[in-house]
Design a binder for this molecule. Structure first.
Ligand code: BG6
Length: 510
């Protein structure tokens, strides 16, 4: 995988995309403000946008161009990773356009199509365009059909027509179950050619997630022990201290399993468990991930191996926080889960019998994402029992965020006259080891879209395989019962601890 984001000491030439327009549908939404606009600014600041670049926002608000520019500037100022420079902004602001319209407004889409042709002449975009669907999934069909009707999805790279390449970026969730994701896919495939469809799972854009590939396949140390002979279990945690904020509408329909487990956590599992790809191109990487997801079976006993919870009121960082059911926009008897944990197995020779425990939740004690590979205990300990009381299992922990790095935990002799052994940690911290700053995930992924590099984007088959794992769990939950309540600020419901206790294990406390 070639990282086009050049750092100070990097002698490789950065790759700059072709001239193009980036059209963002739903540009006044949270994602655009917090992630997409700052990412565009960061790319501009690093000199990674082409000369003929235009950011075209499309949204319902009846805004004049100046109002959108103000919003974009504020978003860049607040969210950019790189320093905010007035000179960069001045250059970028000349390339910012806004078009007001609703998704069922034919005239607005006709104007958009005309605008894309004009930009070819006025800004030298060469007719290339990427469309970012930062909109509720329910609006996908309308927008896609509008693009089809106006012909703006048709690419003619290198042709005489006004259209160069045309790509579409689809935000997760990709459907809400297998049938709906197939429907969505058929729809997208009807409008765009499959290689022009980029499904975003922003976890794959995180530096630490890509480092999993370096850790496993650039070193000799870990691969020989990366299998059931040495690994006891794997724990993947994505915990957040925040609640659902203003996203009740989305969250009530989605819940933790569809929001995070189906995509981010299963992708992390795939990268952890996959075989070495023959290369880091899109095809090779996706092929290996697909094999893992295909070997994943839904839990055999759903009552024992899938746990859901919902946060109750509690305390977090010294503040009292309300229960999920008391959040604005949430039904007082909502059964939506804000915590989900599952036990899965990858049915391959390498991983036979190794449980993969996945958990995610809101209003947990802190924001942390990590992958912990827990090794078997030594088969024999030539020490007295009391000397090894504080010795746990060896662990390799990939700290995805926020304290990015890798920890190796192993036993070490406690200084003194006895042979007491205690767990210690060896740490690699990104902040200490590198002077280069990590780009934000969306910056990396947006650049890849514009470059046409699909390595870090899940393919449709992966999405469908993930739903095959999640659907039976969702059905089981829908058939009855309520999610178990957990107090905000605690590590999820008791059931999650019980699930591991039945296997003689405990969750790590990250
Ligand atoms: C999103 C989910 O995909 O990821 C959110 O929809 C979640 O619910 C977010 O808060 C977390 O992303 P990150 O990068 O902050 O871990």
């Amino acid at each position: 995988m070639t990282n086009p984001l050049r750092s100070p000491g990097d002698r490789r030439l950065p790759r700059v995309p072709d001239p193009c327009a980036l059209v963002v549908f739903g540009v006044t939404g949270d994602l655009a403000k917090k992630k997409l606009i700052p990412a565009v600014y960061d790319l501009a600041n690093r000199g990674l946008l082409p000369a003929g670049f235009v950011l075209l926002g499309f949204a319902r608000r009846d805004w004049a161009h100046g109002e959108f520019e103000e919003l974009a500037k504020e978003a860049a100022r607040k969210g950019a990773r790189t320093e905010f420079r007035e000179s960069t902004w001045q250059r970028l602001s000349d390339s910012i356009k806004f078009l007001s319209g609703s998704f069922d407004d034919d005239a607005a889409f006709d104007s958009l199509a005309a605008m894309l042709s004009d930009l070819h002449a006025s800004h030298g975009t060469q007719g290339n365009a990427a469309f970012y669907l930062s909109i509720p999934p329910a609006a996908f069909p309308t927008v896609l059909k509008q693009m089809q009707r106006t012909g703006m999805a048709d690419s003619h790279p290198g042709g005489d027509s006004d259209a160069g390449w045309r790509r579409v970026v689809v935000e997760k969730p990709f459907g809400h179950d297998l049938p709906s994701s197939r429907e969505l896919n058929d729809l997208v495939d009807d409008v765009f050619t499959p290689q022009d469809v980029f499904r975003i799972d922003h976890y794959l854009g995180k530096e630490t997630v890509q480092n999993l590939l370096a850790l496993r396949f650039a070193n000799t140390l870990f691969e020989p022990i990366w299998n059931s002979h040495h690994v006891d279990s794997v724990q993947i945690t994505m915990a957040e201290d925040v609640g659902i904020g203003s996203r009740a509408g989305f969250y009530e329909e989605t819940g933790a399993a569809r929001d995070v487990l189906q995509n981010h956590l299963l992708q992390l599992l795939a990268l952890t468990a996959m075989e070495e790809p023959v290369g880091f191109d899109a095809e090779s990487l996706r092929t290996e991930k697909r094999k893992v997801l295909g070997a994943l079976k839904p839990p055999k006993d759903l009552a024992l191996h899938a746990v859901r919870g919902q946060y109750d009121q509690g305390w977090l960082a010294g503040e009292r926080v309300q229960a999920y059911r008391a959040e604005e926009g949430v039904a007082p008897d909502s059964r939506t889960e804000t915590f989900a944990a599952v036990r899965l197995e990858v049915e391959t020779r390498r991983w036979a019998g190794v449980p993969f425990y996945l958990r995610t939740g809101k209003r947990l004690p802190r924001r942390v994402t990590e992958i912990a590979v827990v090794f078997h205990k030594a088969p024999h300990l030539p020490f007295s029992k009391t000397d090894t009381e504080e010795l746990g299992a060896n662990q390799l922990v990939v700290r995805v965020q926020p304290d990015e790095g890798v920890t190796l935990r192993f036993g070490s002799k406690v200084p003194g006259t006895t042979m007491e052994v205690r767990d210690v940690a060896m740490d690699f911290q990104y902040g200490e080891a590198f002077t280069e700053a990590s780009p934000e995930a969306y910056e990396r992924l947006l650049l890849d879209v514009l470059l046409g590099d699909a390595s870090l984007f899940p393919r449709n088959e992966e999405v469908e395989q993930s739903w095959r794992v999640i659907d039976p769990i969702e059905q089981f939950w829908a058939e009855g019962g309520e999610p178990e309540l957990y107090r905000a600020g605690e590590w999820g419901p008791r059931g999650a601890d019980a699930m591991l206790a039945r296997d003689g294990r405990t969750w790590r406390r990250p």
